[in-house]
Design a protein around this ligand. Structure first.
Ligand code: SF4
Ligand code: SF4
Length: 465
């Protein structure tokens, strides 16, 4: 059990010793409430069960970089025993937001929400440099909400890095951009084409859904969206993809931009609010990105309880369903597969393995459905699934983490690649765009003969052409 602040490391600055919790609360009013969710921090019973599951604790061995340590810091700030200075902010931002700690916590601590709260509070205190504020504005407010701008920026970044031009602007950007070979390839314009506004069901239509097209997915992984639609359509589901729908705001919420997150959530709720089925009920919203789905299921957390937006977000969240969750009960509707050889041309013949995205297993508690789907698809191809050691631990992608904390992200990825090599698999399957791009980077770097695929691409490979 943690009993002393000394365990948290000596870089953190305690408050002046004569400052009491009561007097400081009186002095500062709501400022500290904005910074930490103090009552939620009291849920932690300091058992320490989360420590060994926490990637940043495993990397550093530091209590302050563990879930228990971070909660202790939040509590200390809330009680006026610790100055929420740059070191405190650094420790909060060092967290991946992977929520692995939530999966093992016996007290039900909602760590992800606590961290979102604290990051939003830190952003309000506006401690970033002008350059940091500009980059943040550019990424969160200009690029992510605008698919065209994001696509253009991705192409320019890759070209700039390849030609060396990026070195000219690097002093302006700081060390934000990784080296050229680490940037994901931007596929052709054809690959980046948007989804059809409506894709009809194959055969008799049994249901109708909306699919979240996303922000990064159409730029880098349009093929995953198309595979997701193709599979749904093959099960008798018509799929809508309204062109006005954009970013869900997950990256904003996880990076403390709660105003931006609210704006994007309201925008998506408005676009997805109207389509209904024949009985007048709103359509389910299927999400093939674990990070987005996890966030959209928690939209209500963005709004004041009791407000009309909170009520609307609560109703909206009930419609959100992960692609795996939606498909698994409908697997029996998939048509007969082509011969194995045809599937092997896409997936290869070697063993496959599953890496669970954090926001699927820890964020949404979805574990069995993707395995059932994957096993059914692999069986059709005569491909074996082999286990991946620590398949529920973070690959280091974690939204923008691989840009902001490149060293730690790379270390985590290296560990995952070791596990992949030990598994002997030549097909790595995941269900989140950030994880998929991170794995592709790792496989490219190590020159491994491994295909990386979204689970929808694996199932699509088993459909007749
Ligand atoms: S969210 Fe992940 S990185 Fe952050 S404290 Fe929890 S386990 Fe550690
Ligand atoms: S497992 Fe939960 S209760 Fe135990 S130390 Fe970690 S956060 Fe606190």
């Amino acid at each position: 059990m943690l009993g002393s602040d000394s365990l948290l490391g000596n870089k953190l600055a305690p408050m002046a010793s004569n400052t009491t919790q009561t007097s400081r609360a009186d002095e500062t009013g709501s400022h500290w409430e904005a910074l930490v969710d103090y009552s939620a921090s009291l849920d932690c019973i300091r058992c320490g069960l989360c420590l060994r599951t926490c990637p940043t604790y495993t990397l550093t061995g530091r209590e302050s970089s563990s879930p228990r340590g971070r909660i202790h810091l939040m509590r200390a700030v809330g009680e006026g025993r610790l100055e929420p200075d740059a070191v405190f902010a650094e420790e909060m931002n060092f967290c991946l937001g992977c929520r692995n700690c939530e999966s093992v916590c016996p007290a039900g601590v909602e760590f992800g929400q606590m961290m979102n709260h604290t990051r939003a509070g830190l952003e309000m205190s506006n401690t970033r440099s002008p350059k940091g504020r500009f980059l943040r504005w550019l990424g969160l407010r200009v690029l992510l909400p605008n698919r065209r701008a994001l696509g253009l920026a991705a192409i320019l970044a890759r070209l700039g890095a390849q030609t060396g031009l990026m070195k000219l602007v690097t002093p302006l950007l700081g060390s934000t951009l990784p080296p050229a070979e680490d940037l994901p390839l931007v596929p052709s314009r054809k690959q980046r084409r948007p989804l059809a506004a409506r894709t009809e069901a194959i055969g008799e239509q049994q249901e109708e859904v909306i699919l979240l097209e996303g922000c990064l997915m159409p730029v880098y992984l349009g093929r995953v969206n198309r595979a997701s639609v193709r599979v749904l359509s093959a099960t008798g589901v018509a799929v809508l993809a309204p062109s006005k729908a954009g970013c869900c705001g997950a990256m904003h919420a996880h990076n403390g931009d709660s105003e931006g997150a609210r704006k994007l959530a309201l925008g998506l709720m408005a676009v997805y609010g109207s389509p209904t089925d024949s009985s007048g009920a709103p359509l389910p919203i299927v999400v093939n990105s674990a990070g987005c789905g996890s966030h959209m299921k928690e939209y209500a957390e963005l709004f004041e309880p009791g407000s009309s937006d909170h009520a609307a977000a609560t109703a909206f969240a009930k419609r959100v369903v992960d692609w795996n969750e939606y498909l698994e009960p409908r697997l029996h509707r998939l048509p007969a597969s082509p011969p194995k050889d045809a599937i092997h041309k896409v997936l290869g013949r070697g063993d496959a393995t599953w890496d669970a995205p954090c926001h699927l297993c820890h964020g949404q508690g979805i574990r069995e459905e993707p395995l059932a789907i994957l096993d059914a698809a692999l069986e059709k191809a005569g491909i074996h699934r082999v286990p991946l050691h620590e398949s529920e631990s973070c690959c280091g992608s974690a939204g923008s983490y691989s840009l902001t904390h490149r060293g730690a992200a790379n270390e985590l990825l290296e560990g995952k690649l070791d596990n992949l090599e030990a598994s002997g698999a030549s097909l790595l399957v995941t269900s989140n765009p950030g994880c998929q791009l991170q794995w592709e980077l790792g496989v490219r770097r190590r020159k491994l003969d491994v295909r990386v695929a979204h689970i929808a691409e694996v199932v699509a490979a088993t459909l007749p052409s």
